[in-house]
Ligand binder design. Structure first.
Ligand code: CA
Length: 87
């Protein structure tokens, strides 16, 4: 449980760092950079776009902190397909 809290704090910190306009929402560009920072891995624009679509569960074109946490928790390296299942 403690480990999960730590991870959550780290995710939050990364999210906040890349949330440039401070609205607690990341656009695709911010999302890509936050993800690269958290995972230490650069991804192609296509891969970022795919992950973004999967992560943006409500489809409003922005990733909120809960959406981002969910993505990181379940692993952004998820293969093609929606890990959250059909909407
Ligand atoms: Ca969203």
């Amino acid at each position: 449980m403690a480990g999960e809290a730590d991870a959550s704090a780290e995710v939050r910190a990364a999210f906040g760092r890349f949330d440039t306009d401070d609205d607690w929402l990341l656009d695709m560009h911010e999302f890509g950079r936050a993800l690269a920072r958290l995972t230490g891995r650069d991804r192609s624009a296509q891969e970022v776009e795919r992950l973004f679509r999967v992560t943006d569960v409500d489809g409003d074109g922005l990733v909120s902190l809960p959406e981002f946490e969910e993505c990181v928790r379940h692993g952004p390296a998820a293969p093609d397909g929606d890990p959250h299942g059909p909407a």
